[in-house]
Design a protein around this ligand. Structure first.
Ligand code: SF4
Ligand code: SF4
Length: 431
């Protein structure tokens, strides 16, 4: 009964937001999915029209509604360019929660979200086992990009070239931290995130090293959980709230000025989705709002709080091109700071690519469910990267790093795929 009340409250808030769409169709021009399929059903306007009669549709064709809603990257390009200011992502996320509340989760998603993600210690252990045994089923394929592929045909991996699990995850290298504020007079909490912990530990290490270099104290509690975006993207509000509660309990054990992450997706989830999807628990929502207000992307923190600035560049410096993660540029309007960070890195200089803010095609579960479409969107990104002639591509999101690595590796390109903070950390060692 309580769940039905929560669902009907969500439904009412959805109806209020749906009327804002004036059906102008301007979202078509910026939707990476529409650019590939040309189908009105795939663009924001088509999905919003479908949701207009959600209650009736849910009874008539719940599977059809679910498929159309899930065929979306949640990239926010439509919302960022909508003249009426329709909260498209909020509508889509709430609609998915309503549908899942009505339909239930598939057995596979239940096993992944409730059996694994919701138990951080178990998730960590599974990641460690996976790192040990992955070589049995996979083999390295592109040394420069750092990708692997399946040894034998596997329906799970398919033709993907992926960045493998790190031999030693970051939580094993550095289980926790609590260092005092130094010369900067500031202390931050560091939320690591699953991909930085399990696949890109050097990125997490670079973040900690840069903060230490600038005299910023770091509070990093042990046993952090996933930010919850995979669960809430599938409408699993229960697992999502459980993860938010767990993380807030861990993070509230410290005192600090700001919370930083090096993952665009984690940052936008903490800042926007945590407060948005915890309304059924007012205490949790108040805590989430407090934390959201002091959450920063690492490049944003370094530039806006520590005053980091770009250096004079010459042709001697190595060119680096930059891809704007949708969650950083379109959701949080953070795009200048990562560029400043690259230009603040001695030995490197920024070289823009065409369409730097066109989605890379990752979209989390979209990549799993619609891999061919995801790949077609990713090829456009690969061509943009190739057009620069750069040997390094940087981006502020580990999920984009995964997708760009896959695209480049499958295309036979030999580029380094990295994060601006890694370049900056390296340059500090050279100074
Ligand atoms: S979502 Fe915005 S851009 Fe798209 S049709 Fe509606 S009002 Fe126009
Ligand atoms: S979120 Fe992205 S993929 Fe989904 S409808 Fe909007 S622009 Fe298209």
């Amino acid at each position: 009964m309580t769940q039905m009340h929560a669902l009907s409250r969500l439904m009412t808030s959805l109806e209020d937001q749906l009327v804002v769409c004036m059906k102008c169709g301007m979202c078509q021009a910026v939707c990476p999915l529409f650019a590939e399929t040309g189908r009105e059903a795939d663009v924001a306007r088509g999905k919003l029209a479908l949701l207009d009669g959600l209650l009736q549709q849910m009874f008539d064709d719940p599977e059809g509604v679910s498929q159309r809603l899930n065929k979306c990257l949640l990239c926010g390009s439509c919302a960022a360019n909508c003249p009426s200011g329709v909260s498209v992502l909020e509508i889509f996320i709430k609609a998915r929660a309503i549908l899942t509340g009505f339909q239930g989760l598939s057995p596979a998603k239940k096993a992944i979200f409730r059996g694994m993600l919701a138990h951080p210690a178990l998730f960590d252990r599974l990641g460690e086992w996976g790192a040990k045994f992955q070589k049995v089923l996979t083999k390295p394929v592109n040394e420069v990009v750092g990708t692997s592929c399946a040894r034998i045909m596997s329906p799970l991996i398919g033709k993907r070239h992926f960045r493998p699990l790190a031999a030693v995850p970051f939580h094993k290298r550095v289980p926790c931290l609590d260092t005092p504020a130094g010369a900067a007079g500031l202390k931050v909490a560091f939320y690591v995130g699953c991909l930085a912990d399990k696949i890109f530990p050097d990125l997490a290490q670079a973040t900690v090293d840069v903060l230490a270099h600038h005299g910023v104290g770091v509070f990093m509690p042990a046993n952090q959980a996933c930010c919850g975006i995979p669960a809430i993207s599938s409408g699993d509000t229960d697992t999502f709230q459980r993860l938010v509660r767990h993380n807030i309990r861990k993070l509230e054990a410290g005192t600090y000025d700001a919370l930083v992450t090096a993952c665009a997706t984690c940052t936008s989830t903490i800042k926007e989705v945590w407060p948005m999807m915890t309304a059924t628990d007012p205490g949790l929502q108040a805590d989430a709002r407090r934390l959201a207000d002091k959450t920063f992307d690492i490049s944003q923190f370094l530039v806006s709080k520590l005053g980091l600035a770009g250096e004079e560049k010459t042709d001697e410096d190595m060119p680096v091109t930059y891809h704007d993660p949708c969650h950083l540029k379109k959701s949080l309007k953070v795009w200048a700071e990562p560029r400043t960070l690259i230009n603040a890195s001695r030995g490197y200089r920024l070289q823009e690519m065409p369409e730097s803010d066109w989605c890379c095609g990752m979209g989390g579960s979209f990549n799993i469910q619609y891999y061919n479409l995801s790949g077609r969107i990713g090829e456009r990104k690969r061509n943009a990267i190739r057009a620069t002639g750069c040997g390094i591509v940087a981006t502020g999101c580990p999920a984009c790093m995964m997708q760009i690595s896959d695209m480049l590796s499958q295309g036979g390109d030999a580029l380094r795929v990295t994060h601006p903070v890694e370049l900056y950390a390296e340059s500090l060692k050279r100074k």
